[in-house]
Design a protein. Structure first.
Length: 272
């Protein structure tokens, strides 16, 4: 899943693809590099971010979804049912809601009515205050329990259980130690029986791994460590990884496929 941020303030590449023309060109490039799915979002969810108005989010997202929907499957990254509905009308085929349907009570009914896949992330509040809620008895057990409760609520609202994709929410209301523990025990999330989406790409906790705090990698220098996490989660059987750098991700997945399939000398170029 290649990331297309149509925002001025995302933590990694805010502003780089803010105009519709730039965002569409970026989406085309990601597909050419091997992205299977494009995730178009008009609201930054970095810690501390302020929300745009609904009208502004629609202005950012819909032209990009319309243009890219004919090129590749598109997911709309939104917490608003109104934006999700407009994006589905414009050609999106999946809704990626970092709140899992909690931010907008109309979202579950919309997803149920449209019968589309729905990514439900583990979420404890909006970006402005989410890090204040990074308190857990056992982060993996707590995330698994809260995701299970979310699935039950979604199914109760008419969403097909098969349509639900789970995201453990790396970096959302989680400190570095919580993210690493979730990665170590990712099998416990996969064991819930739903497809799993993982989004570690360029997250803050990867910037500081192996480094003193004052030497932390800036976001654009975190693609190698992101690729290392891709190898790890792919070997745990996740459905999809959401990434900024598609080239490095494809290479990482080729390595996982080669390890899994055991290519012979004549297969090394076609392991994926």
């Amino acid at each position: 899943m290649g990331v297309v941020n149509v925002t001025p303030d995302s933590f990694s590449d805010g502003g780089a693809w803010f105009t519709p023309e730039a965002a569409v060109a970026h989406g085309r490039e990601l597909v050419a590099q091997g992205a299977d799915l494009l995730d178009v979002g008009g609201e930054s969810t970095r810690p501390g971010a302020e929300r745009p108005s609904t009208a502004e989010e629609l202005r950012r997202v819909i032209p990009v979804v319309e243009a890219l929907g004919a090129l590749a499957p598109v997911s709309v990254d939104t917490m608003r049912a109104e934006v999700a509905a407009a994006a589905l009308d414009a050609g999106a085929s999946l809704v990626n809601d970092v709140s899992g349907g909690l931010a907008d009570p109309e979202m579950p009914a919309l997803v149920a009515e449209r019968a589309v896949p729905f990514v439900a992330m583990h979420w404890r509040g909006h970006s402005r205050t989410m890090q204040q809620r990074a308190t857990y008895d056992d982060v993996v057990a707590d995330v698994v329990r809260e995701l299970t409760e979310r699935v039950e609520a979604l199914v109760g609202a008419g969403v097909s259980a098969d349509a639900v994709v789970l995201d453990p929410g790396f970096g959302f209301a989680k400190r570095a130690e919580h993210n690493w523990e979730l990665l170590r025990r990712l099998d416990e999330v996969v064991a819930l029986g739903h497809r799993v989406l993982v989004g570690t790409s360029r997250k803050t906790f990867l910037g500081s791994v192996g480094r003193a705090p004052e030497q932390a990698r800036p976001p654009l220098e975190r693609d190698v460590v992101t690729a290392a996490t891709t190898v790890h989660v792919a070997r745990h059987g996740v459905w999809c990884v959401r990434v900024h750098d598609v080239v490095a991700t494809v290479d990482a997945l080729d390595v996982v496929a080669a390890l899994r399939d055991g290519p012979g000398p004549d297969d090394l170029g076609t392991a994926r």
